[in-house]
Design a protein around this ligand. Structure first.
Ligand code: SAM
Length: 288
C-alpha cells in the first residue's frame, strides 16, 4: 500500500522461495479463502446498510458483508499482502463470471488457477494502480513459467487446505447479488495492526459492526489476557451505541470461560449446521 516497493520485494522473495513463512509480522502468505463458516455467524447481527470494520484477510469477510447488505466497509490487516490479496478477490468478483471466479480462486477445488490471461484481461482493470503494479510484477518476475504454465501455488498464498465449501456468496445467484451490490459500496482500507487501530479510526464516524475474526488466536499470552478489555475500552468508543463487536477464538475454546469470568461482556452463540460448528462471542456496546 504505502510500501509498494518493499511489498513487491517481499512478494518475490516468497515466490522464489528465499523467504520463509513467518506469521504475525508484516509479511506472510495471506489466506486466499476464509476458513470460517461466515454464513453461519454473520446472520447473528444485522448488516443491512451498516457501516462495518472487518479484517481483510482473503477478502472473503468483505464479500460476505457485501452480500448481507453492508454499505460502508473499512478493512484492516497487519499483513501487507492481505491488502493485495483482498483487492484481487474483490476485483475478481467485479470482472469474472461465477464459474471463472470459482476456478481462479480455487473454490471447491484444491488448486487456484491464477491464470495470467484471466488476470490481465478480466481483473486487472478493476484494481487500483498500486495493486496492479504489485500483481503485474509478480506475474512478470515471480512465476516460473517453464516449470508450470498454469503457475499458481507459488503465489503468496497460505499453503494449507482452507476449503470451507459452503459460503453464501458462492451460490451462483448469491454471487450475482453480491457482484451487483459491490458497485454501491464505500470501501476503505487501513494497513494496521489491531492495537494501533484506535489511533487511526474516527470517533465521529462509528461502526455498527466490527468483525475481528479469530485474531485472538494469533496474539501472545499478555495481549490475549487484555483482549476483552481492549475491545471494551479501546475499540468500544468507535462502536455505535448499539454496535456489536464479534471477536472469538477458534482454537482455545476454554478461553471463552475466562473472558467472561470477571466482567461478563461477551454474549456467546453456538452456530452449527451439518457441515460446520462454531462458537462466536459478541460484545454488545448497548449492554454495558
Ligand atoms: C486471524 S487470521 C485467521 C484467518 C481467518 N480465520 C480467515 O478466515 O481469514 C485473519 C486475518 O487477521 C490478520 N491478523 C492477525 N492478527 C492480527 C493483528 N494483531 N492485527 C491485525 N491483523 C491481524 C491476519 O493477517 C489475517 O489476514
Amino acid at each position: 500500500m504505502d510500501n509498494l516497493e518493499k511489498d513487491i520485494k517481499n512478494g518475490l522473495k516468497y515466490m522464489h522461495g528465499t523467504k520463509r513463512l513467518l506469521y504475525g509480522k508484516k509479511y506472510y502468505p495471506p489466506f486466499y479463502q476464509t476458513n470460517e463458516a461466515l454464513y453461519l455467524y454473520y446472520p447473528l447481527f444485522p448488516l443491512n446498510e451498516a457501516r462495518i470494520l472487518t479484517v481483510a484477510s482473503s477478502g472473503d469477510h468483505v464479500l460476505e458483508a457485501v452480500f448481507r447488505g453492508a454499505k460502508d466497509i473499512t478493512a484492516f490487516d497487519q499483513n501487507h499482502f492481505a491488502y493485495y490479496m483482498s483487492a484481487l478477490k474483490i476485483a475478481g468478483m467485479k470482472g469474472l463470471e461465477w464459474d471463472e471466479f470459482m476456478r481462479f480462486f480455487a473454490y471447491r477445488t484444491k488448486i487456484a488457477s491464477f491464470q495470467e490471461d484471466v488476470y490481465s484481461k478480466k481483473i486487472r482493470s478493476y484494481l487500483a494502480s498500486d495493486v496492479q503494479i504489485f500483481w503485474d510484477t509478480l506475474y512478470d518476475e515471480g512465476f516460473e513459467r517453464e516449470k508450470n504454465k498454469e503457475q499458481n501455488q507459488l503465489l503468496i498464498l497460505d499453503p494449507s487446505d482452507l476449503n470451507v465449501s459452503s459460503k453464501s456468496y458462492l451460490e451462483e445467484k448469491n454471487y450475482e447479488k453480491t457482484r451487483a451490490r459491490l458497485k454501491y459500496i464505500n470501501y476503505h482500507y487501513i494497513e494496521s495492526e489491531l492495537s494501533k487501530l484506535p489511533k487511526v479510526l474516527d470517533k465521529n464516524n462509528p461502526y455498527q459492526v466490527m468483525l475481528l475474526s479469530n485474531i485472538y488466536d494469533w496474539l501472545g499470552d499478555i495481549r490475549q489476557a487484555y483482549y476483552p478489555d481492549f475491545i471494551k475500552k479501546k475499540l468500544g468508543p468507535y462502536l455505535d451505541p448499539n454496535g456489536v463487536c464479534v471477536a472469538y477464538c477458534m482454537f482455545h475454546t476454554d478461553e471463552y470461560e475466562s473472558w467472561n469470568q470477571d466482567d461478563p461482556i461477551f454474549e456467546m452463540s453456538h452456530c452449527e449446521d451439518e457441515k460446520n460448528k462454531m462458537i462466536v462471542y459478541t460484545y454488545k456496546k448497548g449492554n454495558n
